[in-house]
Design a protein around this ligand. Structure first.
Ligand code: SER
Length: 591
């Protein structure tokens, strides 16, 4: 069975059972706390929380209400956390996620029965085994006995219990729906059992990130959702492996043509990486992302550059992707010209430095994190390219952690006017470059850094602790602080925030930093910008009153900061405005 038939069967199966067919949303999510769309449920988040009503609220891409409490989609998804795994039999960056969803329409019984029927009757697979949630006292969620009984009633006997890491989904982003899951395993063409379907029972809402949930951070609790929901996800590529009986996703018809045009002397791993990256690149470009040194743009740049370095005909792979996938994802056909043009542009930019970079790589005997970082800086060679060079012989001791650490050190030095962000899997990305010109500017930026932590603390004190940092940017002139908050901040509140900062500055708190394991920082209640993925060891800055030991602010931060708050000087808010939906932006200066 071809993958196009699997897609059609999936949508038809659920449409016949009262689900509204919803097109994939963009890879750029609405939720500002998430870099790229990683799951089908993301576009439906407001239906689970009750912010939107499936029967009356206009759905942004359908242009009308869902008109049903149940929906089905095939969602373009991208997981940066899997970049390092690409090259094996089944990991991908971009993938298509088939899913059925319910927002108060049905629950466990129907969801499990649908999955059983679809797999066994529509695509003719046998279920090897399923998993259920074993329960966890500390979050107050019991073992999922209900799912066990339903599977048993369908004749499935191999039912395995697993823990929170594996079979408790979500939340995505900085807060959201989450709950226990049951996963279905089937055999691929190699006779191995692989997970094909993840069925999530969204019973809870967690007002924090997944990391915070797993670490039991700062006393946050799961709240029950008013209406429990269902969110399921099945990777088309993996299902195709089982249905088409192949040993790897790259042998399915989804990649057949890509692999066929790649040079025969490439290793399997090289072919898979190039095929994955070229296909993913097309989808990112089609959604309007362009290569850059920032956020999504940097993810795209890494994919394209790694593919370019392979020396194969990437433009051809892009054409193959557009031709093959354009029928189901019309944006690919629509953006065809622009996708190619953006690629040609990136190719030209990279080619200018690539030759020199490769020469340098050739010359170097072994590469440690420092020399690898220098190659990144001077020639735009991404980590993956350096690591893979010459079969990885020169980089045996090089790890992503050490490379990221170099990035962090560098970023601390040239901090002014630039902020560093992490994308997905702990990779740092530069977002700007301004060279510090003289001592007085260093001093000014340092004061603004401390003022920014105080502003964050003040906003939480005045507006409530649900205020959540969404980003910040500091130049020698001002600080700019983005935070999630649903409405305009009134003039009166702004005045209170400003006064709070200035009073705290006058208290002359001590500012101190220590380095510790990320988990320890979370336990201490340190605030972070949870869209980022932090490295294992982090720096925590604390501001406290030495007389009373009262802690005023505790944040993950690279610094630099003043040592006593009185050095900050007078703080003034100069502007408050909307930055994007649900995100406010404040600019402040120090004198
Ligand atoms: N959200 C779950 C997942 O991505 C099920 O769709 O696996």
């Amino acid at each position: 069975m071809q993958s196009s038939a699997i897609r059609r069967k999936f949508l038809d199966f659920f449409e016949k059972r009262g689900h509204t067919v919803v097109p994939s949303s963009s890879l750029i999510p609405d939720d500002p706390s998430v870099l790229l769309t990683t799951a089908g449920m993301q576009q439906f988040k407001p239906y689970y929380t009750g912010e939107a009503d499936p029967m009356t609220s206009i759905h942004p891409t359908l242009g009308r209400a869902l008109g049903s409490r149940n929906a089905v989609s095939i969602q373009k998804s991208f997981r940066t956390s899997d970049i390092d795994e690409v090259g094996d039999e089944r990991h991908l960056t971009f993938f298509e996620m088939m899913g059925n969803f319910s927002f108060g329409g049905y629950f466990k019984k129907e969801a499990i029965k649908y999955a059983f029927d679809f797999l066994t009757e529509e695509v003719g697979l046998e279920i090897s085994y399923v998993t259920i949630f074993e329960g966890k006292d500390t979050i107050g969620v019991p073992k999922d006995e209900a799912s066990r009984k339903i599977w048993q009633s369908l004749g499935v006997t191999d039912i395995r219990e697993e823990g929170i890491e594996d079979v408790f989904w979500g939340p995505t982003g900085s807060s959201g729906p989450c709950g226990p899951t049951t996963e279905v395993y089937c055999k691929n063409g190699a006779g191995e059992d692989i997970e094909v379907w993840n069925i999530v029972f969204n019973e809870f809402f967690f007002n924090g990130s997944r990391e915070e949930l797993l670490l039991g951070a700062s006393g946050k609790k799961l709240e029950r959702l008013k209406t429990p929901g269902v969110d399921t996800g099945m990777g088309l590529e993996r299902l195709a492996m089982c249905v088409q009986k192949t040993k790897t996703v790259f042998e399915t018809d989804l990649f057949e043509e890509h692999i066929a045009v790649l040079p025969a002397d490439y290793t399997d791993r090289q072919k898979r990486i190039v095929a994955d990256h070229a296909r993913a690149g097309v989808f990112l470009l089609a959604d309007g992302i362009r290569p850059s040194n920032k956020d999504r743009g940097y993810i795209l740049r890494r994919l394209l550059r790694r593919a370019i370095v392979s020396g194969s005909d990437i433009a051809r792979l892009l054409e193959i992707t557009v031709a093959q996938y354009g029928a189901f994802y019309p944006e690919l056909t629509h953006e065809h010209g622009r996708i190619l043009a953006a690629y040609v542009d990136e190719h030209a930019k990279f080619s200018r430095t690539l030759r020199h970079g490769l020469k340098e790589l050739e010359r170097t005997e072994t590469l440690d994190a420092k020399s690898a970082f220098r190659l990144y800086e001077s020639f735009g060679l991404p980590y993956e390219v350096i690591k893979d060079y010459d079969g990885g012989k020169k980089t045996l001791g090089l790890t992503r952690e050490a490379f990221d650490e170099e990035f962090r050190k560098h970023q601390e030095i040239s901090r002014a006017g630039s902020t560093a962000k992490f994308g997905g899997h702990g990779l740092y990305m530069k977002t700007g470059e301004v060279t510090i010109r003289d001592e007085s500017e260093v001093e000014k930026v340092t004061r603004l850094h401390t003022a920014t932590h105080l502003l964050h603390a003040a906003l939480r004190a005045v507006l409530g602790s649900e205020v959540r940092q969404d980003g910040s940017d500091i130049t020698v002139e001002r600080t700019r602080f983005d935070f999630r908050f649903p409405r305009k901040v009134t003039a009166d509140e702004l005045k209170k925030v400003e006064d709070w900062v200035n009073n705290t500055v006058r208290r002359d708190l001590t500012v101190q930093w220590e380095e510790m394991a990320y988990e320890e920082g979370i336990k201490k209640g340190a605030l972070g910008f949870f869209r980022e993925k932090y490295p294992p060891r982090v720096k925590i800055y604390t501001m406290y009153d030495t007389a009373s030991d009262e802690v005023i602010s505790c944040e993950f931060c690279g610094g630099p900061h003043v040592t006593h708050t009185a050095e900050v000087g007078k703080f003034t808010i100069i502007k408050e405005e909307a930055s994007s939906a649900g995100v406010r932006r404040i600019r402040g200066v120090v004198e």
